[in-house]
Design a protein around this ligand. Structure first.
Ligand code: SF4
Length: 206
């Protein structure tokens, strides 16, 4: 549990990154370069904030108690680039009774072909996988939380609720005012429109 994760951002309770109230974690770093990626600041592997898995588990447990979370969402960046730490975090979330939703820019088959035991461990703790690179030429206009039509929604466990109507509702965007180290910022996360990919942005105000 002392594995380090390089984190771009966390939101302890959001309703814009998967069905229901969820803890969302964006990892720092992605080896892919999808045209139209909205989270360019999360692509370099440098610049994230390091947390132990243990510290994130404590934040997750706190939010679970305070907010009655339904799940954990892992996105980025590319989560499978930090599969070992995320598999430990996902296992902890499963122990709380949460479901785990993973967004990867790789297809499920690509991930399986790699034969990486850490990725396999992460997939074993994943209930729902949204896979494949974002393609702005194929905008998704029907399925919520999904950027492009080539990306597949896969149920990897019996715990995942199939046919959940919330995947067909309208996308949402959340806006927060944050006071961080003496300065005020506006943060935005979610899906700004049908056919866009999910984004996270911070805009310094004062
Ligand atoms: S859309 Fe996702 S997978 Fe593609 S470059 Fe951006 S962060 Fe990486």
């Amino acid at each position: 549990m002392s594995t380090l994760l390089s984190v771009a951002q966390m939101i302890p309770c959001t309703e814009a990154e998967g069905p229901g109230k969820r803890f969302a974690l964006w990892v720092q770093g992605c080896p892919l370069r999808c045209a139209g990626c909205c989270n360019l600041e999360m692509l370099p592997f440098e610049g994230g904030q390091n947390y132990t898995v243990e510290a994130i588990c404590a934040l997750l447990a706190k939010s679970y108690q305070e907010n009655g979370l339904e799940g954990l969402t892992l996105l980025g960046g590319e989560p499978t680039s930090q599969a070992r730490g995320l598999s430990e975090l996902a296992r902890f979330a499963q122990g709380l009774g949460l479901d785990v939703l993973l967004f990867s820019g790789y297809t499920h088959n690509d991930l399986l072909r790699r034969g990486d035991p850490d990725i396999q461990a992460l997939l074993a703790e994943t209930d729902i996988l949204v896979d494949g690179p974002f393609d702005r030429e194929q905008p998704e206009t029907t399925r919520r939380f999904i950027g492009s039509t080539n990306q597949r929604l896969e149920y990897l466990s019996s715990k995942a609720k199939r046919g959940d109507h919330r995947w067909n509702e309208r996308n949402t965007l959340e806006i927060r005012l944050e006071h961080l180290e003496g300065s005020l910022s506006l943060t935005v996360n979610g899906f700004p429109s049908a056919g866009s990919m999910g984004l996270w942005k911070r805009l310094p105000l004062l």
